[in-house]
Write a protein that binds this ligand. Structure first.
Ligand SMILES: NC(=O)c1ccc[n+]([C@@H]2O[C@H](COP(=O)([O-])OP(=O)(O)OC[C@H]3O[C@@H](n4cnc5c(N)ncnc54)[C@H](OP(=O)(O)O)[C@@H]3O)[C@@H](O)[C@H]2O)c1
Length: 190
């Protein structure tokens, strides 16, 4: 199993959300997320799950983290609720950690669940105004990433988003997955 964490954070403050909303909309960023996660299993917190239209995204399976074991998902065949994140330690498929902040933090905190790869997309522009709710940031995860991971030399810039790929230091990382991500990044926007 390879664990990939993927987010788009704001430069400097590492904000990923304000209340339930992502404070920018960049079609190429949404497209990158779609193409990198297609046909894979995504792990999301209940709040993020509920922000997806009809609580789903096509051609993906979901693991929804919630303390509510009988939470009713929108697609019983492809979406599962998990209350104890530790059961994912030996999951038979790759996992794409897709937010929100509480889920990224949980994965970065438990050594056996720490992502092997981080797709670190950093938005350089201004955030939307007029959103209400707490500012939600992944700064603690970025701190761990900067210490415990190394960035591949390639940087990809598109529509004000700079993406770098980070790999966990000192551990074997499945090269097929790295190659797949790099292949997409090298052709995106072309
Ligand atoms: N920019 C990006 O890349 C990006 C990506 C995804 C999300 N976001 C943003 O992130 C924000 C949401 O983040 P958030 O941290 O507030 O919420 P979240 O992580 O999406 O969901 C939080 C909920 O997930 C459940 N949960 C989380 N960790 C759990 C664990 N270890 N065990 C069991 N249940 C767990 C709990 O549900 P229960 O209350 O049911 O127990 C918790 O209330 C939104 O603004 C969203 O738009 C941004």
């Amino acid at each position: 199993m390879t664990i990939v964490s993927i987010w788009c954070r704001h430069k400097n403050d590492s904000i990923i959300g304000i209340g339930p909303d992502i404070p920018w909309y960049i079609p190429s960023d949404a497209k990158r997320f779609r193409n990198l996660t297609i046909n894979n299993t995504l792990v999301v917190g209940k709040t993020t799950y509920e922000t997806f239209p009809n609580r789903t995204l096509p051609n993906r399976k979901f693991i929804v983290l919630s303390d509510v074991a009988d939470y009713e998902v929108s697609d019983k065949q492809n979406h599962k609720v998990v209350t104890d994140i530790n059961v994912l330690k030996d999951y038979p498929e790759d996992l794409y950690i897709s937010g929100g902040a509480s889920v990224y933090k949980a994965f970065f905190t438990i050594p056996k669940l720490r992502p092997d790869i981080v797709v670190d997309c950093v938005y350089q522009g201004e955030m939307k105004e007029g959103l209400s709710g707490p500012k939600i940031s992944v700064a603690p995860c970025v701190e761990v990433m900067e210490k415990e991971y190394f960035a591949l030399p390639q940087k990809f810039e598109l529509d004000n988003v700079i993406t770098s790929i980070w790999l966990k230091k000192g551990d074997f990382v499945e090269q097929e997955t790295v190659k797949k991500i790099l292949n997409y990044m090298e052709t995106e926007g072309k």
